[in-house]
Design a protein around this ligand. Sequence first.
Ligand code: RIB
Ligand code: CA
Length: 319
Amino acid sequence: MRTLPVILDVDTGVDDALALLFAATHPAIDVRAVTCVAGNAPLEQVVDNTLRILDAANAPAIPVAAGAVRPLLAAPRVASHVHGADGLGGLTLPPTSRQAADVSAVELMRRTLIDSAEPVTLVALAPQTNLALLVRTHPEVLEKIERIVFMGGSASVGNATAVAEFNVWHDPEAAAIVLGAGVPVFMYGLDVFNQVTVDAAIAETLAVGDSPLGRVVGALLGNRVALSEDRSLVYTGLIGDAGAVCALVAPDALVVERRPVRVELAGYGRGQTVVDRRRYSGEDAIHGGVGDWTVIDVAVDVDAPRFAALFLETLGLSG
Ligand code: RIB
Ligand code: CA
């Protein structure tokens, strides 16, 4: 029985696609709506990719809406060097029969929250521009948000920069607004995102197997996104955003700390999520710190093989 109502906010993208397939298939997850934002690819491409992936999942008629075409303030950027020009690593799917809703992402989120009998979990797998616009435009719906689970940030290494993760770096102001919205927040950052992978042999077998869904998943996993020292593309097998959705249904596979977090908005550290993991306060407690901190739940470690197995088993691809 689908017991966990969620709204997914995506910039589909290779790993957003894996997350959509998992969320639409897992029996406990009730995907009430999907909202799209520019990030990995331009907005129009993100919407088309999302609709085609929902077709591949044989998902029910889940409403999908287009949102922000660019970040609130930052210059628009795309990640075609990671997700390919089409955002799906060159995976060609049949044209979709679905239509995007004729309302904005913010309006679809507002309606979905207002119409829900119970609070809804917002799962942000992309730059948080849509969520920031929602909390600024419709504060009346905040009480209908169970919590915000976001893939983004890091308590350690970055990817977009040495210290910043792509989703937060793409729209730092949006991330800061969402962090300060007064809603419970759970951060699924690079500290765990970078650990959950599927073996190359499994991906290669799926990509040429008999299962249409397996061929889609195998192709997405096989998207070469990382550059090695000699600038050659290497296999990573990351399930990426799908891990943040796995966290909804297998939270005990994570090590979570409750920590003060802030988003840097200036300097080289712009887009960094600073996670204060000190056991004792420091000079800033004595001499005065800088900026606002929000105490949130931060995933700092994960049973990666368990998430990888959950992902494949849920999709019926575990052999
Ligand atoms: O940093 C990884 C995140 O940025 C993922 O959500 C990926 O899809 C991109 O949006
Ligand atoms: Ca994403």
